[in-house]
Design a binder for this molecule. Sequence first.
Ligand code: PLP
Length: 388
Amino acid sequence: MRPDASLEGLSLDTLAIHAGQPPDPTSGAVMTPIVLASTFAQDGPGHHKGYEYSRSGNPTRHALEVCLAALEGGEHGLSFSSGLGATTTLLHTLAPGDHILCGDDVYGGTFRLLDKVMKPMGLAYTMIDLRDLDRVRAAIRPETRLLWMETPTNPMLKVFDIAALAALTAAAGVMLVVDNTFATPVLQRPLDLGATAVVHSATKYLNGHSDVVGGAVVTSDPALAERLRFLQNALGAVPSPFDCYLILRGLKTLGVRVRQQCASAAAIASRLEGHAKVLRVNYPGLASHPEHALAARQMRAPGAMISLELAGGLEAAVGFLKRLQLFACAESLGGVESLAEHPAIMTHASVPEPARRALGITDGFVRLSVGLEAEADLWSDIERALAG
Ligand code: PLP
């Protein structure tokens, strides 16, 4: 693609390969160069070519940020050193005394940030089940500034109505931020549905190869973008140019990866549902999922994350995780390799009891991230591990 070529009207798969990534004008290199320089020469004080110091801006990071914005259909993309770095920076747009409404089922680290870091700094929060719109409306206070949500949620895979929550928050002058890590822009674009901003742990599907920790925010709100750009530099949670390159490289295959992973996950979820040793399967693509109809309307496919409750509690769950051979027992998700984990002991240990159990994160509860291995091989692995 020529540097001046328009991105107008291009589909996500094309944008992932070309947005922000024209051939390098100096060499013609078709892959975005990794610019490792920490500082940039100026013709004279204040006369630079757009870059001064790599914390404030870097060409490789810029390419990634343009691409991220294009994929989410936003005007402004910002990248960070981790998903939590992105979240921390976004929460710094608030001030002491402000109130946050937060979906009751979020990544444990997001909860820990709100509870152990932001609350002592004067930000109040309320965790709430976002399926009940009347309760959400009633929970909005005069000082509520932000509604934070994931959909599908981690790890219960609840699905929330982004457009309905966007209408409700807009009417109250509250920002709606959607953590789109699980769905990715391949399956849903929250900004198109009225969200103020989208957040990602780029560590997951965006990078897709489990070799980078990274984060992102995309918004079309110019005032929010300006404040975020200031905070990105002032707080300093920026990604390295090499990590930006790796995420850009991963993004090129985002569409094919996510579509294939969804197809395998859908097949595995329906087989799990019929298995004698499985008490319950959470997967938005199953007719038994409470928000199945909403997921079908809101998402292009139901995702590649599955959570399930095994009969036999902790012993059964730990045995299952130890017996799996292709699924590695590991935190994280969204890579080409399949992963399995125990949320109560691993990713959600920071959510205190009894809230954890009330959500359904019990001792027999396991989360699967379905990767790109052949679906038949993955199912054989699961069947063998369930058999004991
Ligand atoms: N959001 C979700 C949904 C996550 O699953 C995670 C991490 O697992 C994060 C945010 C935090 O991202 P990171 O680990 O890149 O800081």
